[in-house]
Design a protein around this ligand. Structure first.
Ligand code: CUA
Length: 160
C-alpha cells in the first residue's frame, strides 16, 4: 500500500515538471512571437467618421510617405478598391499602414505576411510590417463587401 502511494507521488512529481516545462515553452513562444511579430498586431488608431475618409482627413489624400528611415501609408479601403493602388518601398524598412473605409467593412490582408486586419467604418486600423524580401505583394480584401469584392486589390512592390 505504502509502495504504490509513493509510486503515485513520483508520477505526480514527473507530471508536475512536464506541466511546468510546457508552461515555460508556451511563455517563451509567446514572448518570441510578440518580439518578432508583435508589430503586426492591429491596434485601434482612433476613430474617424466615414464621411471624412474622402474629404477632411489624412485619408482624403491617400499616399505613402517616407518618414526618416520608415514609411507611413494612409490607405483608403473602399468598394471596390484601395487607394493608393500601388505602393513602392525599400526592403528592410518598417511600413506603418493606417487604413480607413468610407463605406462598408473591408479587409486589409497582405499575402505572404501576417498582416491581416479588418477595416471597420468609423475606425482607423493601424498595422506595421517590415518587408525583408523584395517582390510584389498583393493586398487583398478578405471581408465580403459586395459584388466587386473579388476585384478589390492593391499591391506593394518591395525593392532592394
Ligand atoms: Cu472589400 Cu471585400
Amino acid at each position: 500500500m505504502n509502495g504504490s502511494h509513493h509510486a503515485f507521488e513520483r508520477y505526480e512529481a514527473i507530471w508536475l515538471r512536464v506541466v511546468l516545462v510546457m508552461i515555460l515553452v508556451f511563455l517563451v513562444l509567446i514572448a518570441y512571437t510578440a518580439l518578432n511579430y508583435g508589430q503586426t498586431i492591429p491596434r485601434g488608431a482612433g476613430r474617424i467618421r466615414a464621411g471624412e475618409v474622402r474629404a477632411g482627413s489624412e485619408f482624403a489624400n491617400p499616399r505613402l510617405e517616407q518618414v526618416g528611415n520608415e514609411y507611413v501609408a494612409y490607405v483608403q479601403a473602399f468598394a471596390f478598391g484601395y487607394a493608393p493602388g500601388e505602393m513602392r518601398v525599400k526592403r528592410g524598412r518598417k511600413v506603418t499602414f493606417y487604413v480607413a473605409s468610407p463605406d462598408v467593412v473591408h479587409g486589409f490582408m497582405i499575402e505572404r505576411t501576417n498582416v491581416n486586419v479588418e477595416v471597420v467604418p468609423g475606425y482607423v486600423s493601424k498595422v506595421g510590417y517590415t518587408f525583408d524580401r523584395p517582390g510584389t505583394y498583393k493586398i487583398i480584401c478578405h471581408q465580403y463587401c459586395g459584388l466587386g469584392h473579388a476585384k478589390m486589390l492593391s499591391r506593394i512592390v518591395v525593392e532592394e
